[in-house]
Unconditional design. Structure first.
Length: 288
């Protein structure tokens, strides 16, 4: 096995930290044996109060770009949080799945500690991950899976207009609209009946949540085209980034979304291929 990668290791864990506490301790122990330091930021430090600072552990740490690898112990949501945290850097994110689907993970929970050894020694392939850059909500945001504009609970059906490169495409009454990257096309978009886009395809897909129209169809958009979505409802709609509500978009306001290639680095197993992962992940779910 190759020598351990130089630089600190940044750890991210599941929203239910008790499920990943043992794996985190494995990571700290293996890193310490190799002379590496595991960093926990303020959020992770608060989630794991039994982890003490000491040789090989840095608590309340900043998310610095000198990390050699980010290890995400959790589901796809944990991997996405790590990807957003290191957006625009070359820090690879190695996911160990403790969630339900784990489409973005490089290994399963049954592979600990072997998987952690691969993460520490750089024994994985990497894939450049695109993101959707979102503007108009007050902050510049990045979505690695998808962004959605959805009606708030209890509000009337939303009316959303959308245009591509300045050309109006349509106006749809629905529960919302989803804009997905290729990696995110197997999530909310797939549930809407939108197409799956293979990893490596450039561009993004627009689909609708419970459209009140027979003509609302999913649309694959070219990577250089900017999408604008205007809230033409009387009520605000909610902006959701990678499954997390982040802002409300007022009546009459709009957001802009653009495809940005190579915004983060995802670790994938050497033998992994998109179509194999697709078959194994969703075939397993269908038969479970």
């Amino acid at each position: 096995m190759d020598a351990v990668r130089s630089g600190p290791v940044t750890a991210f864990t599941h929203a239910r930290p008790q499920e990943t506490d043992d794996a985190l301790r494995h990571l700290i122990g293996q890193a310490a044996e190799s002379g590496a330091v595991v960093r926990l930021d303020a959020e992770e430090t608060a989630k794991h109060p039994s982890i003490a600072a000491g040789p090989g552990v840095e608590l309340d740490a900043s998310l610095d770009v000198d990390s050699s690898v980010a290890v995400a112990l959790g589901g796809d949501g944990t991997v996405l949080r790590a990807l957003r945290s290191f957006a625009g850097t070359a820090v690879p994110v190695f996911g160990v799945n403790f969630g339900e689907i784990g489409f973005l993970a490089a290994a399963g929970r049954e592979e600990v500690p072997a998987a952690l050894g691969r993460a520490l020694h750089g024994d994985f392939e990497t894939l450049a991950m695109p993101a959707m850059q979102v503007r108009g909500s007050g902050d510049e945001l990045f979505a690695f899976n998808d962004l959605a504009l959805t009606r708030r609970a209890g509000d009337r059906v939303a009316e959303l207009g959308y245009s591509v490169s300045g050309e109006e495409i349509g106006r749809v009454r629905s529960d919302g609209i989803v804009v997905a990257t290729p990696a995110g096309s197997t999530g909310y978009n797939l549930a809407n009946g939108g197409p799956v886009m293979a990893w490596g395809v450039e561009g993004f897909v627009v689909s609708f949540i419970a459209p009140h129209s027979l003509t609302a169809r999913a649309l694959v958009v070219a990577p250089d085209d900017e999408l604008k979505i205007q809230n033409r409802s009387a009520d605000p709609v909610e902006l959701v980034i990678d499954g997390r509500p982040v802002a409300e978009i007022a009546s009459g306001a709009e957001i802009q979304a653009s495809f940005r290639p190579g915004m983060a680095v995802l670790a994938v197993p050497d033998e992994s291929g998109f179509y194999r992962r697709l078959r194994e992940t969703f075939g397993r779910l269908a038969s479970s």
